[in-house]
Design a protein around this ligand. Structure first.
Ligand SMILES: [Zn+2]
Length: 273
């Protein structure tokens, strides 16, 4: 019995020692693994930071070239008065304004149908724009049997002052700014823009016009006559205006075609010039 007890004790002891050894080996290896893992992190950190800084520098360098649009001023901030009011491609928007005294010298009355027949008051355009508007109206009639009605062409600075003030008092400034330009910022002062509509929307300037046969024809064909739909659907944040399927701007056939084919707004076209 004593022998067996002794053997059993020895076995137990060996087992316990073995167990202790295993635990300590496991702990040491675990420690080594942990320290092995942590060392490179400590070593890499300065490199990683340096690498990040380098990346940041590179990104900053790229940003100054690529992300120029983000640096653009907000609407009506840092307004520039344009010097080329008479140019066919003059840019007039919420950041580029015409001088209050600017008035085109070649305004004429296009021979087109108008809303209410009061064309003398409202639809003056510069000579070239007027000629091509007549061609556009005639083509719509001959090619598709559609009749457009002109509604509002050239507007003087003073007229725009009164119109904008009326919209602000009726709708508040924030709403008015989405569909009406402040004086000096209206394309209507260039004599190159005109609002057109049709009897299908009661001669109104309505977003519904864009879905009428006339509005669809205008979208697809205006460029052939040098006109673009100036304030496109879904581009409000860039143009600063709600979608206006009725407001067309004369820019010349070449520019209008390029703008139409690329789905651009005028600003995009001019940035590439
Ligand atoms: Zn307009």
């Amino acid at each position: 019995m004593k022998w067996t007890q002794l053997i059993q004790k020895k076995v137990k002891l060996k087992f316990i020692v073995g167990l202790l050894l295993m635990v300590s080996v496991f702990s040491i290896s675990n420690y080594l693994t942990i320290s092995g893992k942590s060392d490179p992190v400590l070593l890499d950190e300065p490199l990683a930071v340096e690498h990040e800084q380098r990346q940041e520098l590179e990104e900053n360098e790229n940003q100054s070239i690529v992300s120029e649009p983000e640096d653009k001023p907000g609407f009506y901030e840092n307004v520039v008065t344009v010097a080329n009011g008479d140019a066919t491609l003059v840019l007039v928007n919420k950041n580029y304004a015409l001088d209050p005294s600017y008035e085109p010298s070649d305004l004429v009355l296009p021979n087109v149908l108008t809303v209410g027949g009061n064309r003398n008051q409202t639809v003056y355009l510069r000579e070239e724009a007027a000629f091509y508007l007549e061609q556009l109206f005639m083509a719509a009639h001959e090619e598709a049997g559609l009749e457009f009605l002109a509604r509002s062409g050239y507007r003087s600075y003073d007229t725009q002052v009164a119109l904008y003030q009326r919209y602000v008092s009726e709708n508040g400034q924030e709403a008015a700014d989405r569909f009406s330009a402040r004086a000096g910022h209206s394309e209507h002062q260039t004599g190159l823009a005109i609002d057109v509509t049709a009897d299908s929307v009661g001669g109104d300037l309505s977003i519904l016009f864009g879905e009428t046969p006339e509005g669809i024809w205008l979208k697809e064909n205006a460029h052939r006559f040098g006109y673009i739909i100036r304030y496109l659907e879904g581009r409000e944040s860039e143009t600063g205006y709600q979608y206006e399927p009725w407001h067309i701007r004369y820019v010349g056939i070449e520019a209008a075609t390029e703008i139409y084919e690329n789905g651009w707004i005028l600003e995009q076209y001019l940035e590439g010039q």
